[in-house]
Design a protein around this ligand. Structure first.
Ligand code: HEC
Ligand code: HEC
Length: 372
């Protein structure tokens, strides 16, 4: 009897929860986005009703807006999927005419923010020089980056992004969103880019098991023994942290690097920007947060699993002029780490401890066009 009361109380609680959800109207017939009735918490609660918050809201709608592509079929979110750590689980992503991108989609998460302090204060000096975007590092300004995928013929195919303005003006929900974000209803490309950039900057992961471990000063019991061993290997024995910075609020060094995937990289990487042969095969150092969710791996998605990635570092490093010094031995030959199996498993366990379940499902970052 007692149990039955408990169970019905539980059901009531669940029913109440779902009613609360239904107060948010579901997608309307005109395909308008569903936005939370309460102010959209942008960065943290203390900034919840600032203008930046409204910019992020507008940016979120634009990020998932398929009408930003020539034939209304693709949005930024099509290739940067929240459930896949804002990357894509396909080796190459499909753009507007089902054509494939030439590189693996990158996670749009923990992008370095202006001055590395607070997102969205606008263009400024990047004191830490951390803002390098795309695999080959060809862009440094997140706001001018936004127009690139829109204009890219494979990705979204809009040759003249200013043609988007009348298109967006005709939609019922933009004037108000733009007014809240910028003070009046005028839609300009700079405003759109700023809003999308602010939204992307707001996607900050800081709730992994590893973050908790660091916050609690390595208190025992947060990471299990295998994860902790993996962390030590990552940090010291194999010096993965020489390039990948896993610590909360910190970024990787911005210079693209060659990790010896090929003796002669078919993709020039950074060399396509600098024209310097010594930059061939250098690519941006990826963020490892949510790495367990973003398979396949590397700029060309060549590795299906983390096991394959670790095998590369263990025995697969190829020599070339641009191979990074950290991956060479004292004689200048490619390192052979020959990592034993139990250490491979520990490294992978540590990489799994970098999963942030909150950011992968946080409604703040979700597709507002999806019906609930
Ligand atoms: C068809 C798939 C596709 C679409 C659509 C797409 N992207 Fe991307 N995105 C990619 C790929 C692939 C890369 C890596 C490209 C490269 O390095 O050459 C990338 C890279 C990026 C990066 C660089 C991340 C970093 O860490 O350097 C950002 C930021 C980004 N995209 C934002 C956007 C925005 C904003 C939109 C919408 C306006 C968008 N993307 C639309 C596939 C896509
Ligand atoms: C010399 C710098 C450097 C070192 C040292 C290094 N990495 Fe990397 N790592 C990179 C770069 C650069 C890439 C991207 C290469 C590419 O796509 O061509 C990468 C890619 C990865 C990826 C795939 C990421 C993705 O999103 O596709 C994983 C996982 C990874 N490294 C883990 C490790 C581990 C574990 C170690 C230590 C055993 C390590 N790395 C050591 C620079 C480094």
């Amino acid at each position: 009897m007692k149990n039955a009361t408990l169970i019905s109380a539980l059901f009531l609680a669940i029913a109440w929860q779902s009613c609360k959800k239904e107060e948010v109207p579901s997608t309307t017939a005109t395909g308008s986005p569903v936005l939370p009735a309460t102010p959209y918490a942008y960065y943290d609660a203390s900034h919840s009703d600032s203008q930046i918050n409204h910019k992020a809201t507008l940016g979120r709608v634009l990020f998932y807006e398929k009408r930003l592509s020539l034939n209304n079929s693709v949005s930024c979110g099509s290739c940067h999927k929240q459930s896949a750590g804002f990357a894509d689980n396909a080796r190459f992503s499909r753009g507007l005419n089902n054509e494939l991108t030439d590189r693996n989609s990158m996670p749009v998460m923990n992008l370095p923010t202006v001055l590395g302090v607070f997102p969205g204060i606008g263009p400024g000096v990047d004191l830490f020089m951390t803002r390098v975007f795309f695999w080959d590092g060809r862009e440094r300004d997140l706001r001018s980056l936004v127009s690139r995928p829109i204009a890219n013929h494979i990705e979204m195919g809009v040759d003249d992004p200013s043609s988007l303005i009348p298109r967006l003006q005709a939609l019922p929900y933009y004037p108000e969103l733009v007014k809240k974000a910028f003070g009046d209803e005028q839609i300009t490309l700079n405003r759109l880019a700023d809003a999308v950039a602010v939204f992307m900057e707001s996607i900050q992961s800081k709730n992994t098991k590893f973050d908790e471990y660091i916050a609690q000063q390595s208190k025992p019991g947060i990471l299990n023994a295998q994860e902790e061993a993996g962390y030590q290997l990552f940090l010291s024995k194999y010096n993965c942290s020489g390039c990948h910075n896993p610590f909360p609020g910190e970024y990787n060094s911005p210079e693209p690097k060659n990790i010896g995937l090929d003796a002669y990289s078919p993709d020039p990487g950074m060399a396509s920007i600098t024209g310097n042969a010594a930059d061939r095969g250098k690519f941006k150092v990826p963020i490892l947060r949510n790495i367990a969710q973003t398979a396949p791996y590397m700029h060309d998605g060549r590795f299906k699993t983390l096991e394959e990635v670790i095998d590369h570092y263990s025995n697969g490093i190829q020599d070339s002029e641009s191979l990074h010094p950290l991956l060479k031995n004292a004689q200048g030959s490619p390192l052979k780490m020959t990592i034993p199996d139990h250490e491979k498993r520990a490294l992978i366990a540590f990489l799994h401890a970098l999963t942030d379940y909150q950011v992968l499902s946080d409604p703040k970052f979700s597709d507002p066009f999806q019906s609930f």
